[in-house]
Design a protein. Structure first.
Length: 202
């Protein structure tokens, strides 16, 4: 890990999505690995120790939550930054993954600018874990940065949903957008609650 170019693993069972992400990441100057399922992903993580993993939530075979738990419970892998790749309709699921130890999420569809930002932030977190994995100060700084990044993303989702809500006339569409707004508010509240709990514990 961390020899030469940082290594990034893309885990997605959809060939088109995986290949597009791999090409974009390679164009940004990183080494790229690909896995089409969860079992292959864990094997490649153990063998190559990538700094960052983009993990699609919906995967065949081993559940992606089990992959996340495996990484966080393994001392040899726990410094790896895990970024979930998810559609906007999976916000409740994202909250569970963040609580279980995921670092960030990348919504589908995505653009290269957002991808670049996510990688940069994830590499900083991975390096921080490697340098001082038991440092309370580093943990607090990491949690603060993560909360900031996630809240920015959630604010963007909420604002877009609210704009769409004003334009929609279909009751079904309105209910779906209201569900999205409600879910983002729940995740934001969860982030705030966890952050306050960490402050109280310290």
């Amino acid at each position: 890990m961390m020899t030469g170019k940082p290594t990034i693993l893309v885990v997605d069972d959809e060939d088109i999505i995986r290949n597009i992400m791999a090409k974009l990441i390679h164009a940004l100057g990183y080494s790229v690995l690909q896995a089409s399922n969860s079992t292959e992903a864990v094997s490649m993580m153990r063998q190559h120790k990538p700094e960052v993993v983009f993990l699609d939530i919906v995967m065949p075979g081993v559940d992606s939550m089990e992959v996340l738990n495996t990484v966080r419970d393994d001392d040899a892998l726990k410094s790896i930054a895990i970024i979930l790749v998810s559609g906007i309709d999976c916000l409740d699921t994202i909250a569970r993954y963040i609580e279980a130890g995921a670092d960030d999420f990348l919504p589908k569809p995505f653009n290269s600018a957002l991808l670049k930002m996510k990688i940069r932030n994830a590499l900083e977190r991975s390096r921080s874990r490697q340098q001082s994995p038991t440092s309370d100060e580093s943990c607090e700084a990491f949690c603060s940065q993560l909360a900031h990044d996630l809240n920015n993303g959630l604010t963007g989702i909420m604002m877009s949903a609210e704009l769409l809500l004003m334009e929609q006339t279909s009751e079904a569409s309105k209910h779906q957008l209201e569900d999205i707004i409600s879910s983002t508010e729940q995740i934001s509240a969860l982030i705030k609650q966890r952050r306050n709990s960490l402050k109280e514990a310290s």
